[in-house]
Design a protein around this ligand. Sequence first.
Ligand SMILES: *[C@@H]1O[C@H](CO)[C@@H](O)[C@H](O)[C@H]1NC(C)=O
Ligand SMILES: *[C@@H]1O[C@H](CO)[C@@H](O)[C@H](O)[C@H]1NC(C)=O
Length: 346
Amino acid sequence: MPQSIHLLVVLLLLLSYSAVAEAGGGWAPRFREAPQFYNSPGCPPPLPPSSAAACSPSAMVHVAMTLDVAYLRGSLAAILSVLQHTSCPQSVQFHLVASSSIAELNATIATSFPSLSFRIYPFDDSHVSGLISTSIRSALDRPLNYARSYLARLLPDCVRRVVYLDSDLILVDDIVALASTPLPDGIALAAPEYCNANFTSYFTPSFWSNPALSMAFEGRKACYFNTGVMVMDLGRWREGGYTERIEEWMELQKRMRIYELGSLPPFLLVFAGRIAAVEHRWNQHGLGGDNYRGLCRDLHPGPVSLIHWSGKGKPWARLDAGRPCPLDAIWAPYDLLQSPFSIDDS
Ligand SMILES: *[C@@H]1O[C@H](CO)[C@@H](O)[C@H](O)[C@H]1NC(C)=O
Ligand SMILES: *[C@@H]1O[C@H](CO)[C@@H](O)[C@H](O)[C@H]1NC(C)=O
């Protein structure tokens, strides 16, 4: 008797799994619809869903992220976390940059967030792929990883201030507070700075031994910052021609190796020592572990507004593998992946 019940359950599970696989079209897993979040009193009127409001004056916060199949699960969780922790979720406008599977990604976002105000911007990988030199971790070499340097060109001129977010993070605080970081005159970028990090180690000995190059940091108090969470003034960025300046360093890197990591060092070359500081609580980074082994890491001391799994290990992969790090449990509730084995997932 228990034997036959067991068999029936297995059969049901298999049936529901194949149904989900078919509905997903075979290209990607299916994601659940997120709950609807509503503006609090005092917020501007809600933005219309989809791309109708790319430049609405009632957008309180503009968020830019990249979108691809490999990190889609992370992106959806990040979007959900933004909406869940802000008091004006219907006033956040998302600008999503994608280079492939655009129609499918568009449909996935619209299905999981039916009333989200978002627009997808196609990014031409080939524009940047010729500028990329290989780094220590292949995931860092994806062309889309460099899209953050092109936001000023991709997004419409009416979008001035934008919060750029990586896809492997979760906010647990109101993004309005991050977006309202003061940017003093002439400063185009704000991010948490880490002046105790060994800045020298981000560039090669051949960079430091060449005065014509290392001179780039002369007269600046250059500190490391992580490019996964940034507040950017795109107007000032355009005026400063920063995309072109980043590209110049990438071209140099193609000819002589001046750094080992991917998109970060050119940002440091152009901006380190010239950014506005953001409280460290807004980028509790490094939870993915190091770039080689992906060991578990702990939070840094102090308050926490944003948790970032930068580094090799990603919470969804570790959870799937049954070997999560303790803090991956914070990410799990934001996971919108439709579990293929849950029958009564309502
Ligand atoms: C995404 O879908 C919407 C609504 O179906 C459409 O208006 C928009 O053009 C699509 N965007 C892209 C980049 O395909
Ligand atoms: C900083 O890094 C460089 C290069 O990796 C190394 O030579 C130097 O000893 C480090 N300095 C400190 C204070 O750890």
